[in-house]
Ligand binder design. Structure first.
Ligand code: ZN
Length: 460
C-alpha cells in the first residue's frame, strides 16, 4: 500500500500556520478520523472483531445501566451477552423505549443529543435520539469513502433528498416544493485543505419537476447523491440523457432496490452508478463494492450486520431479514434492529475484501409482491409506462390481499370502463392473472404522513 496525495487538489494555504502543527485543529481531527475508519474497515479482521466485541460490550453496559427497557431485554446475562442471544428489536420496541425513557445520554455526558426521525417511507415514522458523535461520524465516514474510492474531489456534489420531518412544514409552503442550500465545498472541515467542487443540497416534498430541473441546470451536478425514486422520477419525464446534460459524473444511489431498467439506462449514458446502504436510524450500513456490483462491504466501523434465519423466498432466492447493531447508539440503542430489508451475507467479498459483505440486497419486503404460496416477486410499475395506458397526475398501487391489488389514479374524477379494462390488463401482465385488480379514480391521493410517496406497497 502506498499513500500518496500528489494527485489531490490541495489548497495552497491548506496547511496550518500554527507553530509545530501540520493541519489546523478542525481538519486535523477529520483527517485523522478518516484514517482511523479506513484502518478499522480494511485492516486485520481479528483486530476488528476484537474491537467490535469490546464496543458491543461497552454499549450493552451503558444500555443496561441506564435503561430498564434494556435491562429487561438483556436479562441476567448483561453485557457479556452474545449478540445472537439477544432479542430482535422492532420499530415498535424503539418507539416504546423512546417514549418511556427518552435519550440514554445525559447532559453530564458532555455529548449533545438531537431528536431524529425516519420519514415514514417504509411505514410508520419512528422518532429517536442521536448524539453529536453520530452526526460527526456520518460526516467523516462519508468522506472516508471518497478517499477509499479515489473519487475526484474537484467536481461538485449535489444531494437531493426528501424533506426531513422538521423541514416538511416549511417546504409545504414553497410553490416549487423544494429548498436549495449551496456551499463552496462538500468536504466539510477538510474543505480548507482540499480544493473541492461546490455542494448543493436540495430538500423536497412534492417538487415541481420543471422547477427542479431548472435548478439542477444552474450548476454542473457532479456527484449526484439521490435515491432511486428521485432519479426515476426525473428520468421518466426527461430521459436518461438528462443526467449527461446536467453533467452528472457519478450517481451515488442511496440503496433501495434500483429498477434494472433505470440502472441500464444510466450506465448506457456512461455514468457510473454506486449504491450505498444506510438508514436514518443507524447511518451507514454498507457501501457497494467497486469491483463486484451488487456486493456491499459492511461499514464495520459503525455496525454489525446479521441476517435473521427466517427466510423469505424471492424469485427462487431465499433471503433473510437484515438486523443491524449500531455500535455507537448511546442515545437510543439500536441492537439487533430489524430494518425490514431482505438480503444475504458473505464472510468476505469476491473482490478480496476481508470483511462481511451483503449481497442480494432486496430492500424492504413491503416493496415486493406477495404470492399465495408464500413467495415474493419484484414488482415495478413505472409511471411513464402506465401513462401510455391511462392519464393521471399521480398513482399508487397497493397489494391489499393475497390475490388483490388496488391502484389509485390521481387527478381523475372518473374513469371510463375502457380505461379500467386497460389498466386492469396492464397490471395483470405485471402481477399475474390470479390477481383481482381494483382501479380507483381519485381527485387527489391521500398519502397520509408518508413523505416519500411509494408507488407500490405490499400491505399483506
Ligand atoms: Zn468487494
Amino acid at each position: 500500500m502506498k499513500v500518496d496525495f500528489s494527485k489531490y487538489p490541495i489548497s495552497s494555504r491548506g496547511y496550518s500556520e500554527r507553530p509545530m502543527a501540520f493541519l489546523d485543529i478542525g481538519p486535523s481531527k477529520v483527517f485523522g478520523g478518516i484514517f482511523e475508519l479506513i484502518l478499522i474497515e480494511t485492516g486485520s479482521r481479528t483486530a476488528r472483531a476484537q474491537w467490535q466485541k469490546t464496543q458491543l460490550r461497552n454499549l450493552l453496559t451503558h444500555a443496561t445501566q441506564r435503561s430498564s427497557f434494556w435491562r429487561n431485554r438483556v436479562g441476567a446475562k448483561r453485557s457479556d451477552s452474545k449478540l445472537s442471544a439477544l432479542p430482535i428489536l422492532t420499530r415498535a420496541d424503539v418507539k416504546q423505549q423512546v417514549a418511556q425513557e427518552g435519550s440514554l445520554l445525559r447532559p453530564t455526558d458532555g455529548l449533545q443529543t438531537f431528536m431524529h426521525g425516519t420519514s415514514g417511507s417504509s411505514g410508520v415514522p419512528v422518532q429517536f435520539h442521536v448524539s453529536q458523535m453520530n452526526s460527526q461520524y456520518n460526516l467523516v465516514r462519508q468522506l472516508a469513502q471518497y478517499f477509499m474510492d479515489g473519487n475526484d474531489l474537484s467536481v461538485n456534489r449535489t444531494r437531493i433528498k426528501t424533506a426531513t420531518a422538521s423541514n416538511a412544514k416549511k417546504i409545504a409552503t414553497i410553490p416549487s416544493g423544494f429548498t436549495v442550500e449551496k456551499g463552496p465545498s462538500w468536504l466539510g472541515e477538510l474543505g480548507s485543505v482540499f480544493a473541492s467542487g461546490g455542494s448543493k443540497l436540495i430538500e423536497f416534498l412534492n417538487p415541481n419537476m420543471r422547477d427542479l430541473v431548472r435548478e439542477l441546470r444552474k450548476d454542473a451536478v457532479g456527484l449526484l447523491v439521490a435515491n432511486p425514486g428521485t432519479v426515476s422520477a426525473l428520468i421518466s419525464r426527461y430521459g436518461a440523457k438528462l443526467l449527461r446534460e446536467l453533467r452528472v459524473s457519478e450517481w451515488i444511489a442511496l440503496a433501495e432496490e434500483i429498477d434494472p431498467v433505470l440502472y441500464q439506462a444510466i450506465v448506457e449514458q456512461g455514468i457510473p452508478v454506486r449504491s450505498t446502504y444506510s438508514c436514518e436510524e443507524v447511518g451507514s450500513i454498507a457501501f457497494e463494492c467497486e469491483a463486484t456490483p451488487g456486493h456491499y462491504h459492511v461499514t464495520t466501523s459503525n455496525v454489525v450486520v446479521e441476517i435473521a434465519g427466517d427466510l423469505h423466498e424471492i424469485e427462487g432466492k431465499k433471503l433473510g431479514r437484515v438486523l443491524v447493531t449500531h455500535l455507537h447508539s448511546y442515545a437510543t440503542p439500536f441492537i439487533r434492529y430489524d430494518l425490514g430489508d431482505l438480503a444475504l451475507l458473505k464472510e468476505t467479498c469476491p473482490c478480496g475484501h476481508d470483511g462481511p459483505t451483503i449481497h442480494s440486497l432486496y430492500g424492504r419486503v413491503t416493496n415486493a409482491l406477495k404470492h399465495r404460496d408464500g413467495t415474493f416477486s419484484r414488482f415495478y410499475i413505472r409511471g411513464h409506462e402506465l401513462l401510455k395506458v391511462v392519464e393521471f397526475t399521480e398513482f399508487r398501487v397497493r397489494q391489499v390481499g393475497l390475490d388483490a391489488i388496488a391502484i389509485e389514479l390521481g387527478g381523475r374524477e372518473t374513469l371510463t370502463p375502457e380505461e379500467i379494462a386497460s389498466v386492469t390488463a396492464f397490471l395483470k401482465t405485471r402481477a399475474g392473472d390470479e390477481f383481482k385488480i381494483d382501479v380507483i379514480a381519485r381527485a387527489a391521493i391521500d398519502w397520509g404522513d408518508s413523505i416519500k410517496r411509494q408507488s407500490f406497497r405490499c400491505e399483506v
